[in-house]
Design a protein around this ligand. Structure first.
Ligand SMILES: NC(=O)c1ccc[n+]([C@@H]2O[C@H](COP(=O)([O-])OP(=O)(O)OC[C@H]3O[C@@H](n4cnc5c(N)ncnc54)[C@H](OP(=O)(O)O)[C@@H]3O)[C@@H](O)[C@H]2O)c1
Length: 175
């Protein structure tokens, strides 16, 4: 597929993206938020699961917001927000047909897993925040595996680095 899918996540040192499903992402830091805004504006489109969207509560301005849900009672009141139950493949084909070159995949774990299972993630950018949650939600759910190659290490503030990887392949349950 010509469109590039970049998974963009903030993660604790012990590999958690949230303490629980409705955990508001107020721990990721200003520099990570700026990186998020810059990359999502560059792409012009962002895909997320309904639980992640609910922690934000409104669409990100100036970008196409695609929210995955299987709940037909969700109806968008915003011109730049689409609720969809289409498969990841169909969503990406639609964006590609409209001329998008890249899209940011913005979580959460369920939706990340759906894309990874179908081999539809090209790159991963993960900002490591020096915190430990001990328990919580990981970037992917059980059963997903893969191999990646490091492209860049980007220091984004004195406390955080963003690790930029390219997916080599997706496998199930690598050892
Ligand atoms: N640290 C970070 O960078 C970061 C980034 C993103 C999210 N998060 C955190 O991750 C947590 C949410 O993750 P999550 O895994 O619980 O939820 P999620 O992936 O955001 O959303 C899951 C929801 O997506 C919908 N869905 C699932 N499969 C689908 C399919 N095949 N087609 C269409 N829709 C489908 C369902 O919604 P319906 O019930 O509406 O059908 C499901 O409840 C939040 O705490 C959030 O803050 C952290």
């Amino acid at each position: 597929m010509a469109i590039k899918t970049i998974l963009l996540m903030a993660q604790t040192l012990d590999g958690k993206i949230a303490r629980h499903a409705d955990h508001f992402p107020d721990w990721t830091g200003k520099a990570d938020k700026q990186l998020f805004v810059r990359l999502t504006r560059r792409a012009g489109a962002i895909i997320m699961g309904s639980k992640t969207y609910d922690t934000i509560g409104k669409p990100l301005p100036g970008r196409r917001n695609i929210v995955m849900t299987r709940n037909p009672s969700r109806v968008s009141q915003w011109e730049n927000l689409i609720y969809t139950s289409q498969s990841p493949q169909v969503i990406l084909e639609g964006l590609e047909d409209e001329g998008f070159n890249e899209v940011v995949l913005a979580g959460g774990a369920r939706i990340n897993t759906l894309f990874a299972e179908n081999g539809l993630i090209d790159e991963v950018m993960v900002t490591i925040t020096p915190m430990i949650f001990g328990s919580g939600i990981a970037m992917f759910e059980k059963g997903v595996g893969g191999r990646l190659s490091l492209l860049r290490v980007i220091p984004i503030d004195p406390e955080r680095v963003c690790l930029h990887y390219r997916f080599i392949d997706t496998t199930q349950e690598t050892g």
